[in-house]
Write a protein that binds this ligand. Structure first.
Ligand code: SME
Length: 158
């Protein structure tokens, strides 16, 4: 599935009144299955105490359920307000290991304007797994989710 197709599937769920939690689960599931190089796919949500908390994920269990802003690739992406594509995690000094099989990692922020709601984190067992088109596909899903987070928070649903 392309990023656009994933967004369409999520939009269909939203129109049918599916809960936000289930939409997040489905987003992770569809993303994970969209690319054979994705070996761990998850969403970390940013909490007001500046800690990322692991939400839905597919792949090996990780010790990194909570990550402070500024720590690891995930926390650095928030601290620097940017997406981070790491082609070789062994060369990233701030990398927090989830699995010894992971070779590359992509973090794409779920943000609208200045507000960061969460992030999509993907690990691959291949080096340099995230080419520009792959990143674009993930960004499309992140942008759709940002709109969903924005409307969920404005209606008090989370
Ligand atoms: N590698 C991440 C930690 C999360 S696990 O990969 C799931 C990091 O460096 O922040």
């Amino acid at each position: 599935m392309t990023g656009d197709q994933i967004c369409q599937a999520l939009e269909d769920l939203r129109r049918n009144g599916v809960t936000f939690e289930l939409i997040l689960n489905r987003a992770v599931d569809l993303l994970h299955r969209s690319n054979s190089r994705f070996h761990w796919t998850g969403i970390y949500e940013l909490f007001p105490d500046n800690v990322l908390r692991l939400g839905p994920f597919i792949g090996a269990p990780t010790d990194h359920v909570f990550i402070a802003v500024g720590r690891g690739i995930c926390g650095t992406a928030v601290a620097e307000n940017r997406n981070i594509n790491v082609p070789d995690v062994a060369k990233a000094p701030n990398y927090l290991a989830c699995s010894t099989s992971t070779q590359s990692e992509l973090v794409v922020l779920i943000r609208k304007g200045r507000k960061i709601f969460a992030q999509i984190d993907i690990d691959s067992h291949e080096f340099n797994a995230f080419d520009p088109d792959t990143v674009t596909q993930v960004e499309k899903v992140a942008d759709w989710l940002a709109e969903a987070y924005a409307s969920a928070s404005s209606t008090g649903v989370s």
